[in-house]
Design a protein around this ligand. Structure first.
Ligand SMILES: [Zn+2]
Length: 438
């Protein structure tokens, strides 16, 4: 990252207090790294953070773009020991790998204890890393009695994973939580409005509350520098491999405190059959997180993607409201799905395998277009995990060949050799300063 002169002066000022403190105490280790949380400002619905860092961390944290989070509910009365959690979780793997001491006044007891357990989860997933770091707090405050029984929330994107979680837990009416600044970056207003609209429509139909969060949490740290620094350790990227799970969950803490949540569900992407996975959202990490009495469930891990689609179809049969899925991996501004990418195609295939009409779930696709999907597989590269999902669709259809042979537009799926598709590997993800993928 380029550092201009003005920024250097700013950073010099911000590191100065810590350096002076060290000189005063004279007991610090030579290369000890500290982050000092100075102030947590809570005004209306917004939390912003003021902190100082050691000089050695200047290349990893953007001190001219400090963390700022906007909630859709007032958060002024959330105590500092809870409000600080999103700040810590956003840089959690960095605290561990850089062996940083976070110095602050107060911390929630549940989270303080979870801090060590999450570290163990990372150690298991990536044993070659040195996972250290600690929190140094003057006071540890116990909010474990905060929740009210049965109150829950779920990250709801409108995709297969989160809609299946909604189907499973509908009796609890889990509050929806959506974060702008995660997969949909803050510079993409139209996609965010579409995602919000779909979540709001579903929420309204089921009488569920929604919570929206806008956060610059992907850009108060230097993801590119961290991906580069740890390229030997990380198979894909900082964000994908170690950051996103804890960082997303931490944003829930102020809502959990305000709404007395007992459990928050993070819908799973992987399932129990996936082995040797390196991913920042996984049961061994997510379920170690805890704050103000609220625990986390990595939800639906026991189900394959096709089983989740079946769960949604069964739910749709039982409930009157119409469900629109938003699965598309291309950036959408208007409709939920493009009906032209692999993920849209795969979900269409899954709905057909469950003997449902994809049009009913937000895929306005014709029979001819479904027949043409096989051309896509002959031309395009497909990720290995996607191939596995397609074989599951194929096997499901083969279980009832009589039925699926009658579907002229879809029977090709039963005969197609998905093993012969061109394979695409995950690429290292890097971002430019405007938040565009490079
Ligand atoms: Zn699509």
């Amino acid at each position: 990252m380029k550092i201009n002169e003005e920024k250097v002066i700013l950073e010099e000022n911000e590191v100065s207090t810590i350096i002076k403190e060290k000189e005063k105490k004279g007991i610090e280790r030579e290369n000890e790294k500290k982050i000092l949380v100075k102030e947590i400002k809570k005004i209306g619905t917004q939390i912003s953070y003021d902190y100082e860092i050691d000089r050695s961390l200047v290349s990893l944290l953007h001190m001219d773009n400090k963390l700022k989070i906007d909630y859709s509910i007032p958060i002024e009365d959330v105590p500092d020991e809870i409000a600080v959690i999103p700040f810590i979780t956003g840089i959690l793997p960095m605290i561990y790998l850089e062996d940083i001491t976070v110095v602050l006044d107060r911390i929630d007891k549940d989270f303080y204890e979870a801090f060590d357990q999450i570290r163990e989860g990372y150690k298991k997933m990536l044993p070659k890393g040195e996972w250290k770091g600690k929190i140094e707090a003057k006071e540890i405050i116990d909010h474990s009695k905060n929740p009210e029984n049965g109150k829950s929330s779920v990250f709801f994107s409108g995709g297969v994973d989160s809609t299946s979680s909604l189907a499973t837990h509908i009796k609890e009416k889990p509050e929806f939580i959506l974060i702008w600044g995660s997969d949909i970056l803050q510079n993409n207003e139209k996609s965010w409005e579409t995602a919000k609209q779909i979540a709001q429509n579903t929420a309204d139909q089921f009488g569920i509350n929604t919570n929206y969060i806008s956060s610059n949490f992907r850009f108060y740290l230097n993801e590119n520098a961290l991906t580069t620094k740890y390229r030997e350790l990380l198979p894909v990227s900082w964000w994908y491999d170690v950051q996103h799970g804890a960082a997303l969950l931490g944003h829930v803490a102020p809502i959990a405190y305000k709404k007395k949540l007992a459990v928050h569900y993070i819908p799973s992407s992987y399932n129990i059959h996936d082995k040797n996975v390196v991913c920042a959202s996984y049961p061994t990490l997510d379920e170690k997180m805890k704050f103000c009495g609220c625990h986390i469930i990595h939800d639906g891990f026991e189900m394959t993607r096709l089983e989740k689609v079946k769960n949604i179809c069964d739910f749709q049969k039982d409930s009157k409201p119409k469900i629109t899925l938003r699965v598309c991996c291309t950036e959408r501004e208007e409709e939920a799905n493009c009906c032209k990418c692999e993920k849209c195609y795969r979900t269409i295939g899954e709905l057909i395998a469950c003997k449902e009409d994809p049009k009913k779930f937000g895929f306005p696709i014709t029979e001819k277009e479904i027949r043409d999907i096989k051309k896509f597989f002959k031309k395009e590269e497909v990720q290995g995990t996607a191939v596995r999902h397609w074989k599951e669709i194929q096997n499901k259809m083969l279980e009832d060949q009589k039925y699926f042979k009658k579907l002229r537009y879809a029977k090709w799926i039963m005969k197609f050799n998905f093993d012969k598709t061109k394979r695409k590997d995950f690429k290292k993800e890097m971002w430019d300063e405007n938040g565009e993928k490079i």
